[in-house]
Design a protein around this ligand. Structure first.
Ligand SMILES: [Zn+2]
Length: 411
């Protein structure tokens, strides 16, 4: 099949959606379930209805638009992403995947193409986690990684709960999330990193997501006077922590280039300019795309931190706060993406997702995969986020042909 999406129409839809919550520096602020996000949802629903889709909203506010297949009993191919953004987000993160799914359906309508399986397009609630923590909330409820009750009770920084916010914007639906009627899930997204652009590759065939561990490190030293305590008798929690930070960077070099480590949060208890730090907290975020390697990294980090603590006569407590296993996307779905890229003549390479995505939740319950396209300078979660129109079109065409491969075309 030589079917291609309508490049101009997709670009126009992205531009229209990008006006909702537009920021002065060219970005977008559509926080989950805010008034601006509601306007984005309303526009998406209007476009779904114009495309002849049956729209349903589930109890966590995920929006589905269904195009029937010729086999009434077949499970649906689900395609989508999210319309919410970071406070200073870009026009492509999420919206691209939702509008590419819509363009896919519009293209099938124009061509009069019937599929065997139904196709459902979806916009997930609170993917970003910028307003309500955790992120990927709508897809987590759908995949039953979190209960609806727990999700409803989550509150934003102003004390507004998810349930109140859903009611407030009119998107607390009544449909129960039903993964049983879904065959598979596909999502197209900007890479949000520099690899495809650096390699000059148009399509990333996403193999899965990396393992993530969050550790809390608490160091107990001894607080005393900065002017009267000789250096050799000090139990300085901060300098011990500094040693650990340098050691962490060295350890992760052994796992280069796949292993990653970040210290993103650090607090001295009772901070004072002229008192030796008695207590220090810092967070550690480690990531690796291969199962098993994350365990080796964590063990190496624990051993080294404990040995530094002994040498500096301080106590260290290391607690694991979060652990996400490696995600492997479905082989058959990945093959469909690869074949679509070859069929359409786009350069392609396998890539691991560095960021979290709804597809990771979906992959726990149905065969799933993603398509990545390059973004300019690898930049995302930034108002300057950008993507080339040719890449946006390429990704949507690959999505179209992958989904057709899965849904089956009725001759
Ligand atoms: Zn996203």
């Amino acid at each position: 099949m030589d079917l291609k999406i309508n490049e101009e129409r997709l670009w126009r839809s992205l531009t229209e959606m990008g006006k909702i919550g537009a920021t002065p520096l060219g970005g977008v602020c559509r926080l989950a379930l805010s008034d601006d996000e509601r306007r984005g949802r309303d526009l998406f629903v209007e476009w779904c209805k114009d495309a002849g889709l049956t729209v349903t909203v589930d109890e966590i506010g995920n929006i589905f638009g269904r195009r029937e297949g010729t086999d009434a009993s077949a499970t649906a191919v689900l395609v989508g992403s999210h319309l919410d953004t970071q406070p200073k987000g870009g026009r492509f993160d999420g919206a691209y995947g939702v509008l590419a799914a819509l363009e896919l359906v519009r293209t099938l309508n124009d061509a009069g193409t019937k599929t065997v399986r139904p196709i459902e397009i979806v916009s997930w609630t609170n993917e970003e986690g910028a307003r309500f923590t955790p992120s990927l909330l709508g897809s987590a409820v759908f995949a039953r990684e979190i209960t609806l009750e727990k999700a409803y009770a989550l509150k934003d920084s102003e004390g507004v709960s998810v349930e109140e916010a859903l009611q407030g914007c009119g998107y607390k639906g009544s449909a129960a999330p039903t993964k049983e009627t879904v065959d598979s899930y596909f999502e197209v997204h900007i890479e949000q990193g520099p690899i495809l652009e650096r390699n000059g590759t148009t399509i990333g065939v996403v193999t899965g997501g990396q393992a993530v561990r969050w550790l809390d490190i608490n160091i107990t030293g001894f607080a005393s006077h900065a002017g009267t305590t000789p250096m050799e008798v000090r139990k300085d929690a901060f300098f011990a922590g500094a040693d650990m930070a340098m050691a962490l960077e060295l350890i992760v070099k052994d796992f280069a280039p796949k292993g990653l480590a970040t210290i993103g949060d650090l607090k001295v208890s009772n901070p004072s300019r002229n008192t030796i730090a008695g207590q220090l907290y810092f967070s550690v975020d480690i990531r690796h795309p291969e199962p098993g390697e994350i365990d080796v990294m964590e063990t190496a980090i624990r051993n080294e931190f404990e040995s530094i603590a002994r040498a500096r006569a301080v106590e260290v407590q290391i607690n694991r706060f979060l652990s996400i296993p490696v995600t492997r996307f479905d082989d058959a779905c990945q093959t469909l993406v690869e074949r679509a890229a070859i069929h359409l003549g786009y350069s392609h390479e396998p890539i691991t997702s560095g960021a979290g995505h709804d597809a990771i939740n979906l992959s726990r319950v149905v065969p799933s995969t993603m398509v990545f396209i390059p973004c300019v300078d690898g930049l995302s979660h930034n108002e300057s986020e950008d993507a080339l129109q040719t890449d946006v079109t390429a990704g949507a065409n690959v999505l179209l042909h992958s989904v057709l491969g899965r849904a089956g075309v009725r001759p």
